[in-house]
Design a protein around this ligand. Structure first.
Ligand SMILES: Nc1nc2c(c(=O)[nH]1)N[C@H]1C(S)=C(S)[C@@H](COP(=O)(O)O)O[C@H]1N2
Ligand SMILES: [Mo]
Length: 187
């Protein structure tokens, strides 16, 4: 496993700094659902068990927080975002994906970044199910985007035509948030 170069302005630290700006939600796993909806032909709802049975993706990649820290060589496992896309079939004019967590944290992801072949609904990190701090049961991970787009405790993925701010975007953080283009703040 080879260290990737870090994006501009980032430095490596050994461990994640845990952020839960809206607190740590209590997850009632039997009642928990992931709903994938919006401008799609077939909205879908998944249980945790169903998602476990759909795991199709596993790879190692770095994680980058916009505040400047990165954690190298994290192993991610989960359901590819492309698989979720192919199940719901977004309409042709979808341009954004709005994501919400059980804690009501929200973020927005450009549809083209969401379609990155490595984009994953992560259920496992470093060989284990996500722990509560890491966003159990599921979090988004897209290697080219800053960490604030990696919503934890995800319950809703909504495909839309129109742009809408999530939590950090409303405070001036970038619509896209690509780490290689150093898109930290809105222009
Ligand atoms: N639900 C939720 N998801 C979240 C956050 C949060 O506060 N709440 N913080 C984001 C930010 S800014 C970063 S850098 C990462 C941090 O991931 P970690 O808490 O696993 O270190 O989670 C992202 N996802
Ligand atoms: Mo972050």
């Amino acid at each position: 496993m080879r260290d990737e170069d870090l994006p501009p302005g980032q430095r490596a630290i050994p461990n994640f700094i845990v952020y839960r700006v809206l607190g740590q939600p209590d997850v009632d796993l039997p009642a928990w659902r992931l709903r994938v909806s919006g401008e799609v032909s077939t909205p879908r709802t998944y249980t945790y068990e169903e998602l476990l049975g759909m795991i199709d993706t596993s790879y190692v990649s770095d994680f980058h927080c916009v505040t400047g820290w990165s954690v190298r060589n994290v192993m991610w496992e989960g359901v590819s975002l492309r698989r979720l896309v192919s199940e719901v079939v977004p309409s042709r004019d979808v341009a954004w994906v709005f994501v919400r967590g059980l804690d009501n944290y929200t973020t927005v992801i450009p549809y083209d970044e969401f379609l990155d072949e490595r984009g994953v609904l992560a259920l496992r990190m470093n060989g284990r199910p996500l722990n509560p701090e890491q966003g159990f049961p599921a979090r988004i991970y897209i290697p080219n985007l800053y960490g604030w787009k990696s919503a934890k405790y995800v319950t809703e993925i909504i495909f839309t035509r129109e742009y809408r701010d999530g939590y950090w975007e409303a405070l001036g953080y970038h619509e896209r948030g690509n780490v290689w283009r150093e898109e930290r703040f809105k222009p």
